[in-house]
Design a binder for this molecule. Structure first.
Ligand SMILES: Cc1cc2nc3c(=O)[nH]c(=O)nc-3n(C[C@H](O)[C@H](O)[C@H](O)COP(=O)(O)OP(=O)(O)OC[C@H]3O[C@@H](n4cnc5c(N)ncnc54)[C@H](O)[C@@H]3O)c2cc1C
Length: 392
C-alpha cells in the first residue's frame, strides 16, 4: 500500500516536502491555511548546495528561466564604501560544488515548486485549511483542521513555519525568540534606478549594528535589497510583514557612505520584518517524534545571515524523500530523517547567529574584522562544508 502523508503548510518547505514525498511514491495531502498563494516581495539566495537539489528534481530549466546567477559576492564597508572582500561565484562555484549560486524572487521560487507539485497527481493540495491538532498512535496519525477536515495518514510533516502549531503540540517548547533585528526589504526594477545603482552581483554592506544586502533577481531585471538594523517594533510578531517607514531606515543609515544612502533613497516602498529565531537544535528529537516530523522553519528557524533558511528546508525535503524510498516502517523513516538532518541544521543556525554578530560588530573589533576580511576575503567568505551539500 502507498504511504499516506499529510503536510501542514504550503510555503517553500511544504511544497518541497510534497514534491519529495510524491517522488518517493507517497500519497500526499498538502494543507495550506491561506486561501491563495500571495505575492511575497522579497528575494532569497540559493547556495550551490540548494541549487544542486533543485537540479536533482529536474527543475534546472525552470530555475534558469526566473533566477539570476551572480558572478561574485562583494563585501563592502557601509561607512566608507571600500571593498573588504570578494568571493567569486559563477564558474568557481560550479567547478568546486557542482552547481551555481542563484538568487531568486520568493514568489518565483514558490511558483516553481508549485508547478512541479501540480504535475504530481499523488499530491492533493487543499488551500484554506489550517491544521489545528493531531493525534498519533502505533497505527497512524489523525490530523484536524479549523475548517472541520479530519484526515488519517501514516505520517504528518509540520512545515507550518516559524509559529508552527504542529511543533507546539509535538514539542510543547517555548515560543520563538525575538532577535532584536529588523529587516527592511524592498524589490525594485533595475531600469528604474540610475545606472550607477544597478547591480548584477551580491553585495553585503557591513556597518556598526547594521548591514545591507543587495542582489539581482528575475534574471537580473530586478534588484532585491534587505537592510538589517537593530531595534524592536510593537504589534503582532507572527504577522512578519509590516508596512515600514522608509524614513526610519534612512535615519538608521545616516552615517553610511553615499552610494548606500543613494540606493536606499532611490527606493520608496519598504516592508518590515521583525526577525525571530530559535536556539540551534539540540537533538534529533526536535526534528521528529514517532509519526510526526518537522521541516524548514517549523524545525529550525534561523537568522538570515547565512541565507540558508529555505535552503535547509529544501535539503530536509530531499532527505525525507531518500528515507521514504526505503522499505521500512514509517516511524523508522522519520527517525532516520531526524538523525540525518538535525546536526547540519543546528550548525547552520549557530553559524547564522555568529555571522550576524560579525556583520554588526562595533569599536576595535570592527577593525579586526575588516583586516581579516581584507587579507583572507575569499577564504573567510567561502563555506565549503555547507556548499558541498549534506552528504559530502
Ligand atoms: C529577511 C529574510 C531573508 C531571508 N533570506 C533567505 C535567503 O537568502 N535564502 C534562504 O534560503 N532563506 C532565506 N530566508 C529564510 C526563508 O525565508 C525561510 O527559512 C523559509 O521561507 C522557510 O520556509 P517554510 O516553508 O519552512 O516556512 P514558511 O515560509 O513560513 O511557510 C509556512 C507555510 O505554512 C502555512 N501555515 C502556517 N500555519 C499553518 C497551519 N496551521 N496549517 C496550514 N498551513 C499553515 C503558512 O501560511 C505558510 O504558507 C530569509 C528570511 C528572512 C526573514
Amino acid at each position: 500500500m502507498n504511504k499516506q502523508i499529510v503536510i501542514a503548510g504550503g510555503g517553500i518547505g511544504g511544497l518541497a516536502a510534497a514534491l519529495a514525498c510524491a517522488n518517493a511514491g507517497a500519497q500526499v495531502q498538502l494543507l495550506e491555511r491561506a486561501s491563495a498563494f500571495g505575492e511575497v516581495g522579497a528575494g532569497i539566495q540559493l547556495g550551490p548546495n540548494v541549487v544542486k537539489e533543485l537540479v536533482g528534481w529536474g527543475l534546472e530549466s525552470a530555475l534558469r528561466q526566473v533566477a539570476a546567477f551572480p558572478l561574485a559576492l562583494h563585501v563592502r564597508s557601509a561607512s566608507t564604501g571600500a571593498e573588504l572582500g570578494c568571493l567569486p561565484l559563477g564558474e568557481r562555484t560550479q567547478e568546486l560544488y557542482g552547481a551555481p549560486y542563484a538568487t531568486i524572487h520568493r514568489t518565483d521560487m514558490q511558483q516553481l515548486l508549485l508547478d512541479a507539485v501540480k504535475q504530481r497527481p499523488q499530491v492533493n493540495l487543499q488551500l484554506g485549511q489550517r491544521v489545528s491538532a493531531f493525534k498519533q498512535d502505533d497505527a497512524g496519525v489523525q490530523v484536524c483542521t479549523h475548517e472541520g477536515l479530519t484526515l488519517v495518514a501514516q505520517a504528518l510533516v509540520g512545515a507550518d513555519g516559524l509559529w508552527s502549531v504542529v511543533r507546539q503540540q509535538l514539542l510543547n517548547d517555548a515560543a520563538p525568540r525575538v532577535s532584536g533585528h529588523l529587516a527592511y526589504r524592498a524589490m525594485v526594477r533595475q531600469d528604474s534606478l540610475p545606472e550607477r545603482l544597478r547591480s548584477q552581483v551580491v553585495t553585503a554592506w557591513l556597518g556598526p549594528r547594521l548591514h545591507l544586502v543587495q542582489y539581482p533577481v528575475r534574471r537580473g531585471d530586478w534588484l532585491n535589497v534587505v537592510g538589517i538594523i537593530q531595534g524592536v517594533v510593537g504589534g503582532e510578531l507572527d504577522n512578519w510583514d509590516h508596512s515600514a517607514n522608509a524614513g526610519d531606515l534612512r535615519k538608521a543609515l545616516a552615517a553610511t557612505c553615499s552610494p548606500l544612502q543613494d540606493l536606499v533613497g532611490a527606493i520608496e516602498q519598504w516592508r518590515l520584518w521583525p526577525l525571530c529565531d530559535r536556539p540551534p537544535m539540540r537533538g534529533a528529537h526536535e526534528q521528529a517524534r514517532g509519526r510526526v516530523a518537522l521541516l524548514g522553519d517549523a524545525a529550525h528557524p534561523m537568522r538570515p545571515y547565512m541565507a540558508q533558511g529555505a535552503g535547509m528546508a529544501i535539503e530536509d525535503a530531499v532527505c525525507l524523500q531518500q528515507e521514504l524510498s526505503r522499505d521500512v516502517p514509517m516511524a523508522q523513516v522519520l527517525h532516520s530523517y531526524a538523525q540525518r538532518r538535525w546536526q547540519r541544521n543546528a550548525r547552520v543556525q549557530a553559524r547564522s547567529i555568529r555571522n550576524g554578530e560579525i556583520f554588526h560588530v562595533t569599536g576595535p573589533m570592527r577593525w579586526g574584522r575588516d583586516l581579516a576580511m581584507r587579507s583572507l576575503g575569499e577564504k573567510l567568505l567561502d563555506v565549503p562544508w555547507l556548499y558541498r551539500g549534506p552528504d559530502a
